[in-house]
Design a protein around this ligand. Structure first.
Ligand SMILES: [Zn+2]
Length: 167
């Protein structure tokens, strides 16, 4: 079962520039599944991080077992693909879906930040140091890092970071 979450996972609306597209949806196969130990109370000044690798693994397992189709998990919307193309950060990881086709597509990561005075669809991080600037703010922000395959449209949230709160 694929569940689309709400709140921070707003529907994409309008665009201002190549990287303004918001986080369309976040797949959570089994809500609440994440490694509690992955909730890192990081060193002072570093963001609190929630790791979604277990949820990602559950999604991939559901696909391999036939519970989910490829069409269901490779569903990145146009704006997410466009944002990943222009603002995504290239990773060293290969797409877990494309590898089945013996295609070696590198994944990109896109980071969206949600919080006060930001667009409801989130702001895409598009320059070095931008995320660190949020970390220094008084207000609290949530940043979602999403991995995207430009070849097959696979996408999954990788981690959530809580930023700011320096008051
Ligand atoms: Zn792929």
């Amino acid at each position: 079962m694929t569940e689309q979450t709400g709140v921070d996972a707003a529907v994409v609306t309008g665009t201002r520039h190549a990287c303004s597209g918001g986080l369309a949806t976040v797949k959570v196969v089994k809500p609440g599944i994440f490694d509690a130990s992955a909730l890192q109370t990081a060193d002072r000044g570093a963001p609190l991080v929630v790791d979604f690798r277990l949820s990602r693994n559950a999604t991939l397992h559901a696909w391999k077992s036939g519970e989910l189709t490829r069409h269901q998990i490779c569903d990145a919307q146009y704006e997410l693909i466009r944002t990943a193309t222009h603002c995504g950060e290239l990773t060293r990881r290969r797409c877990p879906i494309c590898v089945e086709d013996e295609v070696s597509s590198p994944l990109k990561e896109v980071t969206y930040v949600f919080g006060p005075r930001l667009p409801k669809q989130g702001r895409c991080i598009s320059r070095p140091g931008e995320l660190e600037e949020f970390q220094l703010r008084k207000q609290t922000f949530s940043a979602y890092v999403v991995e995207v395959c430009l070849e097959c449209n696979w996408n999954h949230i990788m981690r959530r970071m809580l930023l700011g709160g320096n008051g």
